[in-house]
Write a protein that binds this ligand. Structure first.
Ligand code: IPM
Ligand code: MN
Length: 353
């Protein structure tokens, strides 16, 4: 029997509630399959931990996590701890230390999920967003000169390395080739005359290795407009860290909302563990009430199954979410219902059979 060791970091706010449902689903999948199991270890790291210890995770946190097959993360951030501290010292540290350079975010309108766009068929929203996840605007490079003086200057660098651009663009081409879909690069070469001209050049170079993949290039502002006006033009999409962050929230808005948006932070080579998470925040306003939507977390669990090579189960879990949406009974308030977080988890488990 294969055992997958999962480091569960529920984090803050609604994180623990939604991951409880995700683990419930994963354990049911393992039970039904019978050839593998999950061994989950829960780490109480996050803002509460910070207020007690002065750290978001222990000093050897990264060392500890190295021993796991995957990380399952809930949400990070809570009033009382500045966001740039809570995020840089937990979520972003893990992404960086484990070189999780691919952030894979499906933007797919499931049957039964609400869509605010008029005149758009469900099938027309089906994108695979591949966000660069290790550098770009999130490199953490910059300086703060003359702090608190009248001549104060702040510089935040965008770091685009050849290695970093090539590997994410190549990864996206591989996905597009495998899925037999087009690849759209989203950039901003007209204004960002170093970083994005470089990105565009590398996109062109790498595309020569993939003559079978149809490509498009869009400026980020136009891409945002087309995601709303004509979402069907996007199939596989590759973009930089910050653009991908912003556009995947837009993607969530057109495909059921943040309660349905999942993301995988992948280290494709498997040198380090990958991390799976709902992309919504800790939602302090509704935390502890048991009404948060666990579907994004369950979808992230489905991505974990895919990554472990159990694509059949990954698909079954996604189908189960879709079945629950179509029934329209076990729906949390964000989807217009009155169901609790655990009722939704139970409904998904029931659909798995
Ligand atoms: C996300 C989040 C994070 C990001 C924040 C919380 C640092 O918005 O995963 O999309 O910007 O990457
Ligand atoms: Mn985001």
């Amino acid at each position: 029997m294969k055992t997958y060791k999962i480091a569960v970091i529920p984090g803050d706010g609604v994180g623990p509630e939604v991951l409880t449902e995700g683990m419930k689903v994963l354990k049911r999948v393992a039970e039904l399959d019978g050839t593998f199991q999950f061994e989950d270890t829960w780490f109480p790291w996050g803002c509460e931990y910070y207020l007690k210890t002065g750290r978001m995770m222990p000093e050897d946190g990264i060392e500890i996590l190295k021993g796991y097959d995957a990380i399952y993360l809930g949400a990070v951030g809570y009033p009382g701890v500045p966001d740039h501290i809570s995020l840089w010292d937990l979520l972003l540290t893990i992404r960086k230390n484990f070189d999780q350079y691919v952030n894979l975010r499906p933007v797919k309108l499931l049957k039964g999920a609400p869509c605010p766009l008029a005149g758009v068929e469900r099938e027309e929203i089906n994108m695979t967003f591949i966000r660069e996840n290790s550098e770009g605007e999130y490199a953490g490079s910059g300086s703060w000169l003359f702090k608190d003086k009248p001549n104060e200057v702040v510089i935040q660098d965008g770091v685009f390395s050849r290695k970093g651009c090539e590997r994410i663009i190549r990864y996206a081409f591989e996905v597009a080739r495998k899925e037999k879909r087009s690849l759209t690069s989203i950039s901003k070469g007209n204004a960002l005359n170093y970083s994005r001209v470089f990105w565009d050049q590398i996109f062109k170079e790498v595309s020569k290795e993939y003559p079978d993949v149809k490509t498009h290039s869009l400026l980020v502002d136009a891409a945002a407009m087309f995601m709303v006006k004509d979402p069907k033009r996007f199939e596989v999409v590759v973009t930089s860290n910050l653009f991908g962050d912003i556009l995947t929230d837009l993607g969530a808005a057109i495909s059921g909302g943040m309660g349905l948006a999942a993301g995988a932070n992948l280290n494709p080579e498997g040198t380090f563990p990958s991390m799976f998470e709902p992309i919504h925040g800790s939602a302090p306003d509704i935390a502890g009430q048991g009404i948060s939507n666990p579907m994004a977390s369950v979808w992230a669990a489905s991505q974990m199954l895919d990554f472990f090579g159990h694509e059949d189960w990954g698909k079954k879990v996604l189908d189960a979410i879709e079945d629950v949406l179509v029934d329209g009974i076990a729906m949390t308030p964000d989807l217009g219902g009155t169901a609790s977080t655990s009722q939704v988890g139970d409904a998904i488990v029931a659909k798995l059979g």
